[in-house]
Design a binder for this molecule. Sequence first.
Ligand code: SAH
Length: 320
Amino acid sequence: MADLGQPAYRTSQVWEWLARGAGSFEQMSNLPAGLRSDLAERLPISTLAVDASARSVDGTEKALFMTADSRPVEAVLMRYRDGRRSLCLSSQSGCPLTCTFCATGAMKFGRNLTESEILDQALHFRRIEPVNHTVFMGMGEPMMNLDNVLAVCERLPEAGIANSHTTISTVGWLPGIQRVITEGPSVRLALSLHAPNDELRSRIMPVNERFPIADVVGACREWRHTRKRKVFIEYLMLGGVNDTPDLAHELADLLLPKNDFKVNLIPFNPSGTGYEGSSREAIERFRSILVSRGIHATVRLTRGRDIDAACGQLAAKAAA
Ligand code: SAH
């Protein structure tokens, strides 16, 4: 706008249109016609180009984007019967961490995404329909790109997504958790724990060598007491690896006595990494042990399995 000799408020006007789902500058009827065509000539409406999209029988929609420097980025819209429209956004192209079960972890790391590249994933779906929830559970570790992720969180309410409906999911990147305890918008926190002891967790998530469980869970408790919201514990159910009754009890021991957490058991989406998902019976047994110990535990609904909607699956295929 400055280059075009325009007053600063024009920028806010454009953002307001985008946040409400506008797909072209031409639609922005409170801008002068000459400015609209100038903008259309100079600027793409998004920093991302749509490379592929797929729609699941359950209504889940996944998009694979390319950045201007040809980095793959994926995002998903999940539609629920109760009206929830939940976005799953990526914070990085690829991921430098190498969780052994994760398709993104097996890809080459590209780079951190910019604030615009993260926001443009959300705006892509906002142009299709109104949205109201966001999880940072796409590609990448959001806490390794925290400045940009927090900047996006500040913007999302204007696009219809309250901070109380926004969840940052982390492997347990301690400096990031410590920072959001005191700083940034009041979003929700999810920890990808996946194992109740350091020996097992380090085997499946090498990042655990750097930030051991006691420190990470301690930081989550601190977050809970400062932010007054429970922390979600994500626990991927890997057959014969982390799904035994003993481990369920060990997880309960770790999370008790205080009721600071909600556990979400995640059925594994096959990712070509050599793991198998736990059986339905094993998941139910694990859940009932947690519940019998007084821990709130639910099993996550699997969405979009027919369109490779799990973390990194689409981008990993495109890169292959
Ligand atoms: N780096 C962040 C966010 C991205 S991954 C984090 O780890 O939390 C989002 C969630 O998807 C994590 O809990 C991750 O462990 C999980 N995940 C990765 N691969 C998966 C798969 N194949 N099936 C199910 N969940 C998976």
